[in-house]
Design a protein around this ligand. Structure first.
Ligand code: ADP
Length: 251
């Protein structure tokens, strides 16, 4: 969006057209940025009352001797947890890509992936193949988030195992998370990246996600000049994150 039409000198029709196009782009950019600011402010404001609600419910859930009442409180607490996750994810979504390049650092993608695989617990068997020396430029925390959103899904939807690889392909680094579950039909492969899309809502909701995981992951990929796609594989789902490789020695 930040690109502009080159402005030719003079006042002929082409020059005027270029000026109008650029002014329109300016206005569009401002509108997008206001929209992001609104989403960010709104989710930020919502966090405080939700935190209050949760604290009250936690207190209240301790008192009643009445089992039914306690069950009601627990259920209200679960809803509060959900609400909190959604609002946190919306806030994150609004903020991705607004930090500029200042927050970027050189990241060893294999090292980052290895650290996450060691840190987090999995329900299923994890296989990994992580190439050495795959360096990219990015916001480490966001790349960790992208990876974790893919791992959450893989762990949730796989039948028995998840495979994670990091490779260099041409001038790009590729991080793949593949599982052996039911996969995603070709006609749904773009839809799942939209906010709040769930293919199998009963199953997905029961699994506790917010429906924002893939939207966030793709937004992070794009903010890094990369892509996140679903590959055509014979079995299960395979997500590929591509990001430009740093070819020089990292500073
Ligand atoms: P959720 O919080 O529901 O997981 P996501 O944005 O992460 O939200 O995913 C959106 C939907 O895409 C999921 O509800 C699910 O239907 C589908 N999906 C995501 N990952 C996979 C996968 N590895 N295998 C099959 N379906 C998947």
């Amino acid at each position: 969006l930040s690109r502009r039409v080159p402005q030719p000198p003079g006042e002929d029709e082409i020059a005027q057209l270029a000026r109008t196009a650029n002014e329109t782009l300016d206005r569009l950019e401002q509108a997008v940025s206001r929209q992001r600011q609104f989403a960010s402010d709104a989710s930020h404001e919502l966090r405080t009352p939700i935190a209050g609600l949760r604290a009250n419910l936690e207190d209240a859930a301790m008192y009643p001797d009445d089992t039914d009442l306690r069950e009601v409180m627990r259920s209200a607490l679960r809803d509060t947890d959900r609400l909190e996750s959604i609002v946190t994810d919306l806030l994150l979504l609004a903020r991705i890509g607004t930090g500029g390049s200042a927050a970027q650092e050189v990241v060893d993608l294999s090292e980052l992936t290895r650290a996450e695989l060691e840190r987090r617990p999995f329900l299923l068997k994890i296989e990994s193949d992580l190439a050495d020396g795959v360096h990219v430029r990015g916001v480490r925390m966001q790349l960790v988030r992208l990876l974790n959103n893919l791992l959450d899904n893989a762990d949730r939807y796989a039948d028995t195992r998840v495979r994670v690889t990091v490779t260099a392909e041409g001038d790009h680094a590729v991080l793949r998370v593949a599982d052996d579950g039911a996969g995603i039909a070709a006609e749904d492969r773009e839809r799942v990246f939209e906010r709040f899309t769930r293919l199998d809502s009963a199953r997905s909701r029961g699994a506790g996600g917010t429906g924002l995981g893939l939207a966030i992951a793709r937004e992070i990929a794009h903010a890094h000049g990369g892509t996140l796609t679903i590959e055509d594989v014979p079995r299960g789902a395979s997500f590929a994150f591509r990001i430009p490789l740093i070819t020089d020695e990292p500073a």
